[in-house]
Design a protein around this ligand. Structure first.
Ligand code: SF4
Length: 431
């Protein structure tokens, strides 16, 4: 379901306030809700299960976004809140207890159960945190039960991951008093990307390195004052604050998109570990060269092309920086749902002067600006892509950027190709 809501700056988002050149808009917006994050999170944490407490609409969203798995048992489901629950005629807590009991009896491999709130569960004010605490006591030590909200009232689609990781961050074990300094990479990454980063950190002499989330519930990292963390995704504001509350130190850096972003991201960790410039160059040189070469073939088709970002994934600012600086694309407008200033400062400093940066959305006004700008390529959500394509505008679905491994040196070329492909398709159709 496409959530259409009145955009507002949510509590916890740092307002852009006095920042120059930022157009702040409120109005109707077109975004997917936070339940969407389950689609990639359930693949990442392999012994977790995501139980959405929601409506048939929520169930349809997850099923259609994740695809129907015929041969594998899915690790997500929806406990449907029926009309009699909404009317207060049934005890939702009792029903939920029954559903979870059946689920855990049938799926003994589950070690981590997320109860995921939705618009309907929030409407009936179901307190899922109390339910999760109660169930955790019942099913300990075999199963941890955590909760977070994926509601469309509260979230854009990547905030589902932020809410999920915030819940995990709150639940991480404290590090041992004699723990050595460690680096935590935060954000769900494809396994192949995780392996590449692990090797690079090894070559740099940085470690131990942990990842949040880990592939298995039992391997979630510990956290405390000896932990430094790098965000792998820009939309993890609440997770970042939770980790800082737990004593961890945020290493602020641009995000690992493209050669430059990846280098600066790795360098933030290298600086914290006191790694010499010589060693840094030695450890990264080969991958950097491969990354730079992989971009060359796309530069010709992308340089000078004008791109417009509608606010959707919250990846817009780092992507805009990568496309402008490494592929010479021209930024017409960079829209983002929220600007986490403390996470994006390093990125904002790298954007070209004079671009239009917008925060929030008034979709009609933004469509007018987009048409007036006549961009070659528009990055937007699924709800806007079809009407824009019907108007002859070439689009890129922003949600694809979450389903595709794009971080790190080895993926820089694939990332560029995601933007080159729709332009090539349009050129072919126009021949
Ligand atoms: S959580 Fe809300 S916006 Fe998302 S699918 Fe359910 S009802 Fe729709």
């Amino acid at each position: 379901m496409t959530a259409v809501a009145v955009a507002d700056l949510k509590q916890g988002h740092v307002p852009s306030g006095d920042a120059p050149n930022i157009l702040r808009e409120r109005g109707q917006r077109e975004v997917f809700c936070g339940l969407t994050g389950i689609v990639w999170l359930h693949r990442k944490i392999q012994d977790a299960f995501f139980l959405v407490v929601g409506s048939r609409t929520c169930a349809h969203l997850i099923q259609s976004a994740a695809g129907v798995m015929i041969f594998a048992e899915p690790r997500f489901a929806t406990a449907i809140i029926e009309e009699r629950d909404l009317a207060g005629l049934a005890d939702v807590n009792t029903e939920l207890d029954r559903v979870v009991e059946q689920l855990l009896a049938r799926r003994p491999e589950i070690r981590l159960l997320f109860l995921v709130g939705s618009c309907p569960s929030e409407v009936i004010k179901l307190d899922l945190s109390r339910v999760a605490q109660r169930m955790s006591r019942t099913y300990a030590p075999d199963v941890r039960v955590l909760n977070y909200s994926g509601s469309g009232i509260e979230t854009t689609f990547t905030e589902g991951e932020d809410a999920c990781l915030e819940a995990l961050a709150a639940d991480l074990a404290p590090e041992a008093p004699d723990a050595e300094p460690s680096l935590m990479v935060v954000g769900a990454l494809a396994d192949v990307v995780e392996d590449q980063f692990r090797r690079l950190f090894d070559d740099l002499g940085i470690g131990p390195v942990t990842f949040l989330p880990s592939t298995h519930a039992a391997d979630m990292p510990a956290v405390g004052p000896k932990t430094s963390f790098l965000l792998a995704q820009p939309f993890l504001g609440a997770t970042s604050r939770k980790l800082e509350d737990r004593g961890a130190k945020h290493l602020r850096a641009p995000f690992p998109l493209g050669t430059e972003g990846t280098t600066m991201w790795l360098r933030a960790a290298a600086d914290a570990w006191g790694i010499s410039e010589q060693r840094f160059k030695l450890a990264t040189a080969a991958a950097r060269t491969r990354s730079e070469r992989s971009l060359e073939r796309y530069r010709e088709s992308l340089a000078g092309k004008r791109i417009f970002f509608f606010p959707d994934s919250q990846l817009e600012v780092p992507l805009a920086r990568f496309l402008a600086r490494e592929l010479s694309m021209e930024l017409t407008e960079v829209g983002t749902p929220f600007l986490h200033r403390q996470n994006l400062d390093a990125e904002l400093a790298l954007l070209p002067d004079g671009i239009t940066l917008s925060e929030g959305q008034h979709v009609e006004r933004q469509l007018d600006r987009c048409r007036a700008a006549e961009p070659d390529l528009v990055v937007c959500g699924l709800g806007l892509a079809n009407p824009l394509e019907a108007d002859g505008v070439t689009t890129k679905w922003s949600i694809e950027l979450l389903f595709t491994p794009i971080q790190g040196y080895e993926q820089a070329g694939d990332l560029a190709e995601l933007f080159a492909r729709p332009l090539t398709r349009t050129e072919r159709l126009n021949v």
